[in-house]
Design a protein around this ligand. Structure first.
Ligand SMILES: O=c1[nH]c(=O)c2[nH]c(=O)[nH]c2[nH]1
Length: 337
């Protein structure tokens, strides 16, 4: 079917919500990850839309099967950044007409159940608890690029058979739904006052937010699989601290987020957010930018004047009403200069 007034300007497809639990057994110690995976592809797939040509379609059912297969064979499956890169690399290496893979991995929280031990509580080797709604999030884009002389260009813009190609990945990682609350050391004053203002200035309030954090790494070269089935995936031998490959980045980013929430005498959500983001950039050399999305989950002191009871003095209020909506929403991206 052709249409003189329309053309296909963008196309991407794949499988969403592929749920996978992977067990890795190390003697009596079992490790688990539970992932929700989205895997989407781009490439020379236009004719599947414009000419009903399914010969260019890797079925989304196969994309699901590949996701499970890579979860089975990948030595990197316990680290979501590496698993996502392995999966994305497989798609663009296995199928010559697929030039970009977009893989999002959401890792659900499973922690070891603490059990009594002879020297105090210890962690159980194979029993786990879902301790919270927090998720780790990893988004990778693996691109196959053509090298033509000194120039690198997107493969789909050139004749792939004429150039060598290389793989480059963009990786963004972070966490979501990390719910926190502090009962003091948060204030909010000095804001615009005009005829619309009803909010009182406070030098002490409850501060609560559900933290969404994402940080973006500098683009990274990915070694091409050299095995016949293009199933292998190599992690560099020398891992630069603070880079995509450094598994300590997510631990540090979470820790500094919580430390700053705890220790900052907050003048506003905005100011606390900025501190958190600057510290992540300072601690992780490979991170180029950091974004937070922080809803200000309001807890309002209940006015008990009706019964002659004081509950409105900020530092002394004891009964609060959690307000689900509306909430403030404070977002920002802080980038390396
Ligand atoms: O930390 C805050 N930032 C705001 O922008 C804002 N606006 C508001 O009503 N309360 C708050 N708190």
């Amino acid at each position: 079917m052709s249409d003189d007034t329309a053309f296909l300007s963008h196309a991407r497809y794949g499988k969403d919500k592929v749920r996978v639990l992977r067990v890795v057994r190390e003697g009596k110690w079992h490790h688990i990850v539970e992932y929700n995976v989205q895997a989407l592809l781009e490439g020379d797939i236009e004719t599947s839309y414009t000419e009903a040509d399914n010969s260019v379609v890797v079925a989304t059912d196969s994309i699901k099967n590949i996701t499970y297969y890579i979860a089975k064979i990948s030595p990197h499956v316990l680290i979501p950044e590496r698993f996502a890169l392995h999966l994305g690399t497989h798609f663009v290496s296995k199928y010559p007409h697929i030039h970009k893979a977009f893989v999002t991995v959401e890792q659900l929280r499973w922690s070891r159940i603490p059990v009594p031990g002879e020297q105090g509580p210890t962690e159980h080797p194979h029993s786990f608890i879902r301790d919270g709604d927090e998720k780790r999030i990893v988004k990778v884009e693996v691109h196959r690029l053509a090298i033509l002389g000194a120039t690198i260009t997107y493969l789909r813009q050139v004749d792939a058979s004429k150039g060598k190609d290389k793989l480059v990945a963009n990786v963004t990682a972070g966490l979501s739904d990390l719910l926190v609350l502090k009962t003091t050391e948060s204030a909010f004053s000095g804001f615009v006052r005009d005829k619309y203002t009803t909010l009182k200035e406070v030098d002490d309030r409850i501060l609560s937010t559900s933290i969404d954090l994402s940080y973006t790494f500098a683009p990274v070269d990915i070694p091409k699989p050299t095995d016949a089935d293009v199933e292998q995936f190599t992690v560099p031998a020398d891992i630069a601290p603070g880079s995509v490959w450094d598994p300590a980045v997510p631990t540090r980013a979470r820790a500094v987020t919580l430390d700053t929430f705890v220790s900052d005498n907050s003048a506003s959500v905005q100011a606390t957010l900025y501190r958190m983001a600057c510290l992540i950039l300072a601690q992780n050399a490979g991170v180029q930018s950091v974004s937070y999305s922080l809803p200000n989950k309001h807890y309002l002191p209940v006015d008990m004047g009706y019964i002659g009871v004081e509950n409105l003095v900020p530092a002394q209020a004891e009964v609060f009403m959690p307000v689900a909506a509306p909430s403030g929403l404070i977002t920002a991206t802080v980038s390396r200069k």
